[in-house]
Design a protein around this ligand. Sequence first.
Ligand SMILES: Cc1cc2nc3c(=O)[nH]c(=O)nc-3n(C[C@H](O)[C@H](O)[C@H](O)COP(=O)(O)OP(=O)(O)OC[C@H]3O[C@@H](n4cnc5c(N)ncnc54)[C@H](O)[C@@H]3O)c2cc1C
Length: 405
Amino acid sequence: MATAEIEAPVDALEAFRAHAREWLGAHFPPSLKGKDNAMSAVEGPHENTPEEAAWQQAMGEKGWGVPTWPKEYGGGGLSRDEARVLQEEMARIGAWNPIGGMGVMMFGPTLLEYGSEEQKREHIPAIAKGIVRWCQGYSEPGAGSDLASLQAFAEDRGDHYVVNGQKTWTSGGQWADKCFMLVRTDKTRKHEGITFLLCDMDTPGVEVKPIRLISGSSPFCETFFTDVKVPKANRVGEEGQGWTIGKRLLQHERSSLSGGGSTAGRMFSGAPLGQLAKKYVGVDEQGRIADADLRSRIVRHEMDLRAFMLTLRRASAEAKSNQGPSAATSIMKNVGARIMQERSELLIEIRGLAGLGWEGEGFEEEALKDVRTWLFGKAVSIYGGSTEIQNNVIAKRILGMLDHQ
Ligand SMILES: Cc1cc2nc3c(=O)[nH]c(=O)nc-3n(C[C@H](O)[C@H](O)[C@H](O)COP(=O)(O)OP(=O)(O)OC[C@H]3O[C@@H](n4cnc5c(N)ncnc54)[C@H](O)[C@@H]3O)c2cc1C
């Protein structure tokens, strides 16, 4: 009896593995193997090739881009174990998830928790199919780390709000269809005066100005709101509950940024550092990486990375069986950011002169990608809440230290 109870789920999981394997074999075009671009989410939308479009549509319809989200809203409805098996089967054939972005990383999970039934039915299926792009309207020129100082104001006009103010660092704002934002609905109370609103980016009065970077690309924007009408139906939760909902979203963001499966997670992928080092730095008479100091730093890094990935898996399993991500995501974000930046530094060091190109012939595609990832990686310890702010969260919420300690 006991044996049967244990065996049944394993059998079911193996049956699911067979199904996933067959389905992926039928739908993932082998020509797309390894063609996932870790930076695409921040470099802007690119025109999908017919194969990419078909892959995205297939995954969207199956709900496997968001495998554990409820089926009734277009998710995969898979258990955690099934989702892990799916990931393993995808990795086995070099398949990647074509559905991502802020809708998947942070807004969707938050709406599933706090949204009304109508809001979930309206927004979640489109996120699950990857057909609506969301941006985040949190930061303002005077409200970064001290986010609760935000000033964008939503005035109550009965059945709608009228929003005025400015947001900044709106990643992908110029390509987004919709924005989830924090606004002030009460000027007399700081945290309790904040409300969570959803705004269509094509509403009259929304103006997006891309910020041009030294690289020439402009993935970040200043977003201006002038007398923008937002229906009350677009308010998530109650008026004044925005801080609670907004913080929850940040936990999802940090959990995702620490390597939980999105952009950051993919930054850890690529050729093993040891292999690359042997190619670029050469080997000694025993076949080891020639530079002993580099060799030991690579080994230390790979061990840190493995320990981190295992801890991440454990933390995410814990989060799913408890109340979702906790303040511990701040630890994961800080460690993840450090490891990611360290990995990028090592990659550039290993490539030597070949790792100094920004664009142009004479540089391998992979090397150019590594340089971009290295430069972008500088921002990892800033966005989603800087390292110092995570340290504050860890001190207060995890270690229970008071502000003055
Ligand atoms: C690449 C990138 C993409 C981003 N995308 C978005 C987006 O899509 N939407 C959005 O809303 N925002 C976005 N941001 C903004 C991001 O959330 C903020 O940059 C971040 O919260 C830090 O705020 P700040 O830049 O105003 O720095 P500040 O808050 O001015 O901080 C400056 C420095 O002071 C430190 N500091 C500040 N307060 C404290 C304190 N109390 N204790 C200790 N140290 C402190 C900080 O850690 C930091 O080192 C993005 C930022 C980057 C870099």
